[in-house]
Ligand binder design. Structure first.
Ligand SMILES: Nc1ncnc2c1ncn2[C@@H]1O[C@H](COP(=O)(O)OP(=O)(O)O)[C@@H](O)[C@H]1O
Ligand SMILES: Cc1cn([C@H]2C[C@H](O)[C@@H](COP(=O)(O)O)O2)c(=O)[nH]c1=O
Length: 213
């Protein structure tokens, strides 16, 4: 009689969300560092869309660093690291998760079939507070979900949202404190009103200039 093949131990999925500057990357790196200190084999992935600090490391807003794989998609990870190295991994960290379209499939495969612990950090919402990428789709897969907050740059209260200070409207716009700031609910609402008013003034100036010549 054939002996049944032993399946790998079940993995885990942990999700860390919040606005920009909330400490998502810091929390991810501390977790990965702790796992590594406990003798587990770790790897960290970030999106190659974010070129702010180069592609070979993940860097927090206050300068903490860890080497990483910068990838366009998660499905290429196994082949990039090599199947043997992948099999040896215990823990996979993913930063900037909002930029990975194949996040759900990767987490399912890695945790359910490959027995990996996957720690995911990303923005739950974009600058308009709409669901960002696939981050919210993996909540049903998660063992734990942590929503972090930053400090509102205008009043110092807890900040839940990210305000875009410029008038660009594309969803994906790489940047740091020159483009974005964390804000509380009151200052998010006030900020949208101010930005909306500034945009109308600029539009009407453009129209006037168009009829000037
Ligand atoms: N308004 C702010 N509120 C909280 N932290 C801030 C703020 N502005 C800058 N920081 C710095 O950002 C660090 C968090 O950086 P990071 O972990 O990269 O955040 P995230 O990945 O959530 O954008 C904080 O420890 C703090 O030093
Ligand atoms: C709100 C918002 C953010 N982004 C970009 C800006 C940064 O490059 C990353 C977030 O980095 P962090 O590690 O969380 O600080 O996302 C975007 O493209 N669109 C947005 O609406």
């Amino acid at each position: 009689m054939e002996t049944p093949q032993s399946s790998p131990p079940c993995g885990e999925v942990h999700v860390i969300v919040g606005p920009m500057f909330a400490g998502k990357t810091t929390t991810l790196l501390h977790r990965i560092q702790a796992e590594s200190n406990n003798g587990r084999t770790v790897a960290v992935i970030k999106s190659n869309k974010d070129t702010r600090y180069g592609l070979d490391s993940i860097v927090t807003h206050d300068g903490m660093k860890l080497p990483c794989w910068a990838l366009a998609n998660l499905s290429s990870f196994r082949q990039k690291i090599g199947p043997d190295a992948y099999d040896q991994l215990d823990v996979i960290g993913i930063d900037e998760a909002q930029f990975f379209e194949d996040l759900y499939d990767f987490c399912c495969e890695a945790a359910d079939h490959d027995g990996k612990t996957v720690v995911v950090a990303g923005l739950d919402g974009d600058y308009l507070r709409r669901s960002f990428g696939s981050v919210l789709n993996i909540i049903p897969l998660a063992n734990s979900v942590t929503k972090l907050t930053a400090r509102c740059e205008l009043c110092g209260k807890r900040a839940f949202f990210t305000l875009r200070k410029t008038d660009e409207t594309e969803t994906e716009l790489i940047g740091g404190a020159e483009v974005y700031m964390p804000v509380c609910r009151q200052h998010y609402v006030d900020g949208q009103v101010v930005i909306g008013a500034a945009r109308s003034v600029l539009e009407s100036k453009k129209l006037q200039c168009g009829t000037c010549s």
